[in-house]
Design a protein around this ligand. Structure first.
Ligand SMILES: [Zn+2]
Length: 349
């Protein structure tokens, strides 16, 4: 049994930044920084309805999921070529490496692009090439997870899956994102059943703004192996018990929850409660360009606001490895690295 070294509070932010971690809930289109949006708009001759980088950044004052999504889709409109998708993913991967992310499972929304007339090939190939190059250059491993937009129909999701299947080798799983309330999991039961038959891993956004019933639906009707967000589970004791017993991970995104008013004050975030209940909860950045920070910023601000300490830091990093879709041997190797980071921090204390 491993005993977590206790690191003094003043050194905790440094440890949170230095410790190896996996990121499992990050939408690549949500990593597009205003500077890159403007650079790509210029390269592609796309007109933006914002005069400059500052006015675009100023527009990020949204207060709920829908007002955020409106700006998010406008930003994605500059992505046209394989090179654009490659550049976007490399920018994120470099940023993730700087935050000591050793493994990332990247969400992408093909329908945001195919609806604008961009073909599936440049989207998936550009992202895939970035994943390959980033691993060669920086050692970070990654997978792609294709997300269906839940405000669209299941027929459109099925069609998107068909268009993506020629590139089956480039993505490991599927997810479900976009506007949650009013678009319950059962709407996508058939397409997820098909994905399961195809051997694809399955995740789904549920219980961000939506009720615990959406989390039950994600598990029972979509056969989701991980729940994205899931913070509303605390309102349902039977659901909490099931998540704990079956070790179903929650990919929680603190700064996103704050920005979208799920927890307007980070001090009220229920991460301490999720961990105390024994759930496999993790910290992630969701849409880092829009929500005020990449994964380390999420860790540091969450810990400062809630007063969590060394035990929770270790647990969250260990959970991120357990929750990832990689072989056990690699998870074990990362745990070894994590324990070395804690030992190093303890030596400096
Ligand atoms: Zn998300």
């Amino acid at each position: 049994m491993y005993t977590v070294p206790q690191i003094e509070a003043a050194r905790l932010p440094g440890l949170l930044r230095a410790m190896p971690k996996a990121e499992l809930h990050m939408h690549i289109e949500g990593s597009l920084e205003p500077e890159l949006i403007f650079a790509l708009a210029q390269r592609n001759g796309v007109a933006l309805s914002y005069a400059d980088v500052e006015s675009l950044r100023a527009a990020y004052a949204f207060t709920n999921l829908q007002s955020f999504l409106d700006i998010y889709y406008a930003g994605a409109s500059v992505l046209l070529t394989e090179q654009d998708f490659y550049d976007m993913a490399m920018a994120y991967l470099e940023r993730a490496v700087a935050d000591n992310v050793v493994h990332t499972e990247i969400f992408f929304d093909p329908q945001t692009h195919t609806a604008r007339g961009v073909a599936m090939a440049p989207v998936i190939q550009g992202l895939h090439k970035a994943c390959v190059d980033a691993e060669k250059r920086w050692g970070i491993s990654s997978q792609l997870i294709l997300n269906f937009l839940r405000h669209l129909s299941e027929e459109e999701a099925l069609q998107t899956l068909d268009e993506a299947l020629p590139y089956r080798a480039y993505f490991s799983g599927v997810g479900l994102d976009s506007s949650e309330v009013g678009n319950p999991p059962e709407k996508f039961a058939r397409v997820f059943a098909r994905c399961k038959d195809l051997g694809l891993r399955r995740v789904a956004h549920a219980g961000e703004e939506g009720p615990p019933a959406y989390i039950w639906g994600a598990l029972d009707l979509l056969h989701a192996e991980r729940v994205d967000h899931g913070v509303q589970a605390v309102h349902d004791a039977a659901l909490m018990q099931r998540l704990k017993d079956e070790r179903i991970p929650l990919t929680v995104c603190p700064l996103s929850n704050q920005k979208l008013q799920v927890f307007p004050d980070l001090a009220d975030h229920n991460m301490p409660q999720l961990l105390a209940a024994g759930l496999v909860a993790t910290v992630n950045s969701d849409d880092p360009a829009y929500f005020g920070g990449y994964i380390n910023e999420n860790f540091v601000q969450l810990f400062a606001a809630t007063g969590m300490g060394s035990d929770e830091a270790y647990q969250l990093a260990a959970n991120s490895f357990e929750a990832s879709f990689v072989p056990q041997s690699r998870k074990q190797a990362w745990l070894g690295q994590l324990q070395m980071a804690f030992a190093e921090a303890a030596r400096q204390s």
